[in-house]
Design a binder for this molecule. Sequence first.
Ligand code: ADP
Ligand code: MG
Length: 455
Amino acid sequence: MPNRGEALCKQLWKTALPLLAERVGPVTYDGFLRNVKALSYDGETFVLEVPNQFAKAWLEEHHSGVIGAALAELLQRDEPVRLDLRVSDRQPEPAPPQLLEATPPAAETAGGNRMLNPKYTFEQFVVADCNRFAHAAAVQVAKSPGKSYNPLFIHSKVGLGKTHLMQAIGHMVCKLYPSARVVYISAEDFVNELITSIRDNRTEAFRRKYRTVDVWLVDDIQFIAAIEGPVSEEAFFHTFNTLYQNDKQVVIASDCPPRHLQLINERLRSRLEMGIVADLRHPDVETRIAILEKKVQTEEVSIPREILELIAKEVESNIRVLEGALLNVCAYASLNNVELTPELVKEIIAPYKGSSDQHRVTLEEIVDYVSKQMACSKEDILGPKRSKEIVWPRQVAMYLSRELTDNSLAEIGRFFGNRDHTTVMHAYEKVSNLVATDEKTLWLVNDMKSALQGS
Ligand code: ADP
Ligand code: MG
């Protein structure tokens, strides 16, 4: 029979819910708290009814502190309220069958993987210095998953090709190894799936599913800690370890390098750094033109080369924005049936202008850094000596100057002890060629670029 205490505690719970929604995150809230009923409060202990054993364990283990504190706040008590979670003995309402299967199987293998965007293949990926290293690592991983670089950790700012590259690995593995199980999933979906499985009492199925994965592609890992804190991180770590120990390939994409990830578990961080870490940088104008050319080829539209050049020059931001600008130009041209003049194009792409937010490196910084890394004094790098031990660091420094700054060849030459611009060009070509053919140089240069750009 309802009494005053019961009404109070129901009211209290109703008031607490919006507070809790903010504090526990949407997944726990929708998955568990919504279905909790307030039964009683005797001034000491708050009794809540939860639908099943899993919900009880989950809430007790991970959220009892927050719930107790929120109730105490509403009751204006200093001490957190004690909780007593009881499992409902009513039969749970059976979920409609389509809901139980709401999470689609994450991968299809032979004949294409429907979790993968068909456009994100290696063929559609333009390789240039800004992504050569990551691309090479990705191809290697796709050719021999689990055997070469494990895990592969790809990071970059938004819109520079992480998802594209990752899915390209998926496509290639499916093609080369039709029986391999490839799973591409965002960290957020992974956590949602985990929590749904706990709620619906299907954790065993969840674990089984991930035990049989051959290639696990996890996108946007930076959200793993943000979504549900330690819980999701733990689940991720566990799955990662299981796969890793069985020589299954793990590829991870993130908007920052592992050392900047907000992780609670340091062991996870060192695991992520253990394999290979590759970054994607902003493409230079030549690469941007090449990307636009590739896009118009695939989309089968015809846009004059000088218009593509104009777009590439004006839109310096990330590749997604660049594509957006191109699409708009195409749309405008076909809709209005007008000729694309440079003036018109400039107008159309005006909203897409704006430069990349990458840290601009100075020539001094480069020489300083190379001098330290390659154990060669600054005076020698900038001076006249031509011995081999000095020429190589100098050439690397010139290459980096060309890559990372807006200085012309002549300006770089002047800075490096008044050398001719052809010397700089020669150095640039030599290092570029090595980057394309020699793995050691590729690694060296890649690490230096990342460090200099402070990513
Ligand atoms: P991220 O995951 O890093 O935010 P995406 O992989 O979604 O970036 O890439 C954004 C867009 O840019 C996609 O449409 C992708 O196809 C395109 N893109 C990125 N890098 C390249 C490249 N090297 N060649 C061709 N297209 C690219
Ligand atoms: Mg992405």
